[in-house]
Ligand binder design. Structure first.
Ligand code: PMV
Length: 296
């Protein structure tokens, strides 16, 4: 049996919309922080037989398709019993595809002693789940077209929390969202806005202008939500409580002139990133949210 675990990541500049849906080549660059504390562990145990056996509750079809893709690519004939487990509570509405596809790719490499480079593993993993390619790099990753790399910034470590507003399974997968957003009139200039924000966000990180970073990260996830809401058939992942959490955070920033970076994914939960020197603030703020929600 071979076992590996890989972290998930949270995008500050979002990957939304694909140039090539088969290879998962994105329309715009994205930028993420790798969440070392939220991991998926995958095991592969070789079996006699001609099909893989599944031993967990993940999205089976996509996962086995990725394993088939890897097997064909490297001319391998072994089938496996697969297990996949997150170290964070399942069904809490957190995207686990980044960590699970990264872990599956890493595990296949290890089980077959392929000794692929990090860049090769990231490129293969990308074809299973686009955002998973960023999980191979830390603490920050930038992904453009078919290239992804780590980037050095003054913040070596950020403190991450997620306010879990709902753990319901989402109706619209992120794969579906990638294609639906293309029908929005706002999509035509989406790439221009995302690339401009990426340049400005990296600049604000380098200057350690936290307020500016907060503003850009906030505008960026709101841009993604606007694409959802202005698609030909509008859709949304937000719950009433998501608005409550966002409003509370906006008021917090207004009164303290400081606070966490705030972002959302294709889901109702709200992600917070604090600087290391904001540890006390992180404690107080998350304690307040814990009165109503699960906070990880
Ligand atoms: O990797 P996918 O196809 O699950 O897409 C993820 C898209 C977002 O999570 C919404 C944004 C991102 O960049 O991670």
């Amino acid at each position: 049996m071979t076992e590996v675990s890989m972290p998930t990541n949270i995008a500050l500049i979002k990957y939304m919309g694909k140039k090539d849906a088969l290879k998962n080549i994105p329309d715009n660059s994205s930028f993420s922080y790798t969440l070392d504390h939220l991991t998926t562990s995958v095991t592969l145990t070789p079996i006699d037989g001609d099909r893989d056996q599944w031993d967990s509750t993940e999205d089976k079809i996509r996962f086995i398709k990725h394993l088939d893709f890897l097997r064909q690519k490297f001319d391998k004939t072994v089938f496996y019993t697969i297990t996949s487990k997150n170290n964070f509570p399942s069904g809490c509405g957190l995207a686990s595809s980044a960590s699970s596809f990264a872990a599956l790719t890493e595990c296949f490499d290890k089980a077959n002693a392929l000794q692929l480079s990090v860049d090769e593993k990231a490129a293969l993993s990308r074809q299973g789940s686009g955002s998973s390619c960023r999980s191979f790099y830390k603490p920050f990753a930038v992904w453009s077209d078919d290239e992804v790399a780590a980037i050095e910034l003054p913040y070596k470590k950020l403190l991450h929390h997620v306010i879990v507003v709902s753990s319901d399974k989402k109706d619209i997968s992120s794969s579906k969202a990638h294609s639906l957003v293309k029908s929005s009139l706002l999509y035509a200039d989406r790439k221009i806005r995302a690339e401009k924000r990426l340049t400005e966000l990296l600049d604000s990180f380098r200057k350690q202008d936290w307020q500016k970073s907060f503003d850009i990260v906030w505008q960026e996830f709101q841009d993604m939500l606007a694409l959802f809401e202005t698609a030909e058939t509008p859709f949304s992942y937000l719950k009433l409580s998501s608005y409550f959490v966002l409003d509370t955070l906006r008021e917090y920033w207004k009164s303290h002139h400081d606070g966490p970076l705030v972002t959302m994914d294709a889901g109702p939960n709200v992600h917070l990133l604090f600087r290391e020197d904001q540890e006390n603030m992180a404690k107080l703020l998350t304690e307040a949210f814990r009165e109503r929600f699960t906070v990880l």
